[in-house]
Write a protein that binds this ligand. Structure first.
Ligand SMILES: Cc1cc2nc3c(=O)[nH]c(=O)nc-3n(C[C@H](O)[C@H](O)[C@H](O)COP(=O)(O)OP(=O)(O)OC[C@H]3O[C@@H](n4cnc5c(N)ncnc54)[C@H](O)[C@@H]3O)c2cc1C
Ligand code: SF4
Length: 265
């Protein structure tokens, strides 16, 4: 039923405001609650599980539990699903105010020249937005895989930087749903988040680290138009901050060092 003007509705916490503001248009809303599984079992998480369910489930690795717990507010976590979280749209204020910017199909990034304190330090050449999902960074550090209605892929492959031919940052077709996430169990994992308030704020920088038998994986939230895997702390030196986002590099250095120490790397 999806595609051709029909849009899937899970908790509605991101989609409803976008519909209300006329940024997303839908002829029909398709209720996903009975089509997408929910619950956690044997390292698999149904994409319909809410963040509130995941933040208290002892089967869920620490990094993901903490990423869920630190996201949004209790009300939003009670409604918001992990599938919807992975598919959420950018919080860039120019985009949300419908400026005809690069991500909306235009030819310039208003944030690069304008207000960009909360924006990107990596991958920001065309669009400087900062991906808001704490959860995606945690799943990537945990080396998770997603099963969709069409295929199976690594969670990081759900995302791509926007190009002139395709301005979306999510590599899902309009009628493709995330059904389930497969989350390996690490030896240790952690999610650390710097934000403007201690509650109910998007990540200025979020750092997820997970230690496995063969090494540590890292991923960052809030630093690039997509969740940003990091091979190691040295990769932070390749950041391309804007004048207003240089402070994020300092925060990322500190949080990466703390996260590596926390997982015993
Ligand atoms: C004020 C506010 C603060 C927030 N703070 C944070 C934060 O700090 N950190 C953070 O990580 N997130 C944050 N969020 C995001 C929040 O976690 C998401 O809005 C929520 O998880 C989305 O889930 P939903 O079920 O409500 O999705 P919906 O709003 O129903 O859907 C969102 C999008 O996902 C699509 N979708 C839904 N389910 C699926 C699926 N299974 N497969 C594919 N596509 C799907 C929908 O079609 C739609 O395009 C915040 C949101 C708000 C409004
Ligand atoms: S950062 Fe991206 S979404 Fe924001 S104005 Fe620039 S192109 Fe648009």
């Amino acid at each position: 039923m999806l595609g051709n003007g029909s849009v899937g509705l899970a908790g509605g916490t991101d989609l409803v405001p976008l519909l209300r503001d006329g940024i997303v248009r839908a002829d029909t809303l398709v209720d996903l609650s009975r089509g997408v599984p929910r619950g956690v079992a044997d390292g698999r998480i149904g994409a319909g599980a809410t963040l509130a369910e995941l933040e208290v489930d002892p089967q869920v690795p620490d990094a993901l539990r903490e990423a869920c717990r630190l996201a949004a507010s209790p009300q939003l976590r009670a409604m918001g699903t992990i599938g919807g979280n992975l598919r959420q749209a950018t919080r860039c204020w120019y985009w949300r105010l419908k400026y005809p910017c690069y991500l909306h199909g235009g030819d310039r990034c208003h944030a690069r020249e304008g207000e960009h304190r909360e924006h990107a330090i990596f991958g920001n050449e065309r669009c400087a937005s900062a991906h808001p999902s704490d959860v995606a960074a945690a799943l990537i550090a945990l080396r998770s895989r997603a099963r969709t209605t069409r295929r199976e892929l690594a969670v990081e492959e759900l995302y791509r930087l926007p190009t002139d031919d395709d301005r979306d940052v999510v590599a899902l077709a309009a009628d493709e749903l995330i059904v389930e996430l497969e989350v390996p169990t690490p030896r240790a994992s952690v999610y650390l988040k710097a934000m403007d308030r201690q509650r109910w704020a998007f990540p200025l920088v979020g750092v997820a680290a997970a230690r496995f038998e063969d090494g540590v994986s890292l991923a960052l939230a809030g630093v690039a138009p997509i969740p940003w895997p990091l091979a190691g702390a040295a990769d932070l030196e390749a950041a391309t901050p804007l004048p207003g986002t240089a402070y994020k590099v300092e925060i990322a250095r500190a949080l990466v060092a703390r996260a590596l120490a926390a997982v015993g790397a």
